[in-house]
Design a protein around this ligand. Structure first.
Ligand code: ATP
Ligand code: MG
Length: 479
């Protein structure tokens, strides 16, 4: 949406200083549309506004020449960042530059302005796991009837959220935004920018445990969502989560309504799943509300996706959809790449859950694997950011695998021996490797051997930093 029609105006909005060189107003009087804002000098398109972010290791302002060359509209830079030479270059090209104290603050201010212009409902999703899954599932369900905006990819942090909000425009009838955090206060910051009418907290687990400094801090950080929901809005909470009561108490201090969901079918929750039957291919269950019920056939596997579907149903109903429309949307939902995606290669099925991992999501994926017929192999990379508890949590995952009928566990990375010890303590079988290359060397012959005897399913999972998709690629491309 249009934020300003001159660079002078734009400078005022972000309390910045516009470069002196403005001989005839030419180029300085232009429409500045939020959707043209970009922070990446490498992919700037003509007419885009470059916001030069500054980090401990870099300053985007040093790439202003590139922005000029790519015919950007102008730039916002940190005060004092431009060398005399770059300043001269901007002046020579009559390239408008606004200097501000902090470019991330300016980006956030511009996103706030764009948010203020958006008059349709906004939904925000947070939680330790399932944010992207819920966001994608909800926007697919809502998208059946209207143009829904969803956070692109995983842009869920202090930079990603403003960038997402800037992409909202008048054509969208609804926005679904993902808010992530690796510490206290981060959600509070992004949720006050997003100001959702509906907030969803999927769960509080142990993702980023080390950075948060303990489970209670995670519960509190996810609960920050409650503070940002607009007056009279709704917070959707997981009734089965141990933190449910704590979040309810926090919500009671605000004028917002609570809608709860329970995949365990607890009758105290507003929306309940009953008669769940999970298969390797998908999940079938009944959704029960106080006044009506319906059945759902999800093409995505895993008990956790029942939880996600309930959160989605809660939000979609609040946004005015009918239960049968929600059913239709959920029944056709195909899932998100790298999150429990099944790839069939003859006798071999690969479950690609390589996008990310934490202890809860690994156990959720292992539960799916445990339901597959034939020989079951888990290939597990490290889970990052678990702090001092990392060895113990890796051990618990290994033990869980062994206790859930996984035939063989291959682990790689720094904590691979902790995983293996857990497997052995659970009376299972496995091997640990330092690198993925070594792991692949042992995995491929075993796959060939087992596939020659019958059906084999391999689950591949690890944290983003483990890049376990490399293994998925190697397995699926093997001859
Ligand atoms: P990130 O913090 O990386 O953005 P996210 O919260 O967006 O993660 P997803 O990308 O949806 O989460 O899923 C990450 C992993 O968690 C996937 O492996 C998925 O299978 C699993 N997962 C999805 N939903 C849930 C849930 N409700 N409970 C537990 N695990 C889940
Ligand atoms: Mg995500």
């Amino acid at each position: 949406m249009i934020l300003a029609t001159t660079f002078d105006q734009l400078a005022q909005l972000i309390e910045g200083q516009l470069s002196a060189s403005n001989p005839d107003g030419h180029r300085f009087n232009v429409v500045i549309d939020a959707s043209t804002i970009s922070t990446d000098s490498r992919v700037l398109k003509p007419g885009q506004l470059f916001v030069a972010l500054k980090g401990p290791q870099f300053d985007g302002a040093h790439f202003i020449d590139q922005a000029i060359e790519l015919k950007a509209l102008g730039a916002i830079v940190t005060q004092g960042s431009l060398t005399a030479e770059l300043k001269r270059s901007a002046d020579e090209h009559q390239f408008p530059v606004i200097e501000v104290g902090n470019t991330l603050t300016a980006l956030t201010q511009l996103a706030e302005l764009n948010r203020a212009k958006f008059t349709y409902p906004v939904v925000a999703v947070t939680g330790s796991s399932g944010k992207t899954s819920v966001k994608e599932m909800l926007s697919a369900v809502l998208g059946q009837k209207q143009l829904a905006f969803a956070t692109p990819g995983n842009l869920n942090n202090a930079i990603g959220v403003p960038l997402s909000v800037l992409k909202l425009n008048q054509q969208h009838r609804i926005a679904v935004l993902e808010l992530g955090a690796s510490g206290i206060g981060e959600i509070l910051h992004t949720v006050s920018l997003v100001r959702p009418d509906i907030g969803i907290i999927t769960n509080a687990g142990t993702a980023h445990l080390g950075e948060f400094g303990g489970y209670n801090n995670i519960v509190s950080a996810k609960g920050e969502m409650i503070e940002g929901v607009t007056e009279g809005g709704v917070i959707i909470l997981n009734y089965d989560d141990p933190a449910f009561e704590i979040w309810c108490e926090r919500a009671a201090t605000r004028h917002i309504r609570i809608v709860s969901f329970s995949a365990k079918g607890n009758d105290c929750a507003s929306i309940r799943a009953k008669n769940i039957s999970t298969t390797a291919q998908g999940t079938v269950f009944d959704i029960e509300l106080d006044s009506e019920s319906g059945s759902i056939e999800l093409d995505v596997a895993g008990y956790h996706n029942v939880e996600n579907a309930l959160a989605v149903t809660a939000a979609a109903l609040k946004l005015g959809m009918k239960l049968d429309e929600v059913q239709q949307g959920l029944n056709g939902y195909q899932g998100v790449k790298g999150r429990l995606q099944r790839i069939e290669c003859g006798n071999l099925s690969v479950i690609d859950d390589s996008y990310n991992a934490n202890p809860e999501s690994i156990k959720a994926a292992l539960s799916v694997l445990s339901q597959c017929a034939g020989y079951r192999i888990a290939v597990l990379g490290d889970m990052a950011e678990l702090g001092a508890d990392a060895p113990e949590l890796h051990h618990s995952v290994g033990q869980f695998a062994a206790e859930h009928s996984i035939d063989y566990v291959f682990s790689s990375g720094q904590f691979s021996t902790s995983v293996l010890q857990g497997v052995l303590d659970g009376a299972g079988c496995g091997e640990a490797f330092t690198t993925k290359t070594e792991l692949i060397g042992a995995l491929l012959p075993r796959l060939s051997e087992q596939a020659s005897k019958g059906q084999v399913t391999v689950l591949v999972k690890g944290s983003r930093s483990s890049r376990m998709e490399d293994i998925v690629e190697t397995i699926t491309q093997r001859k």
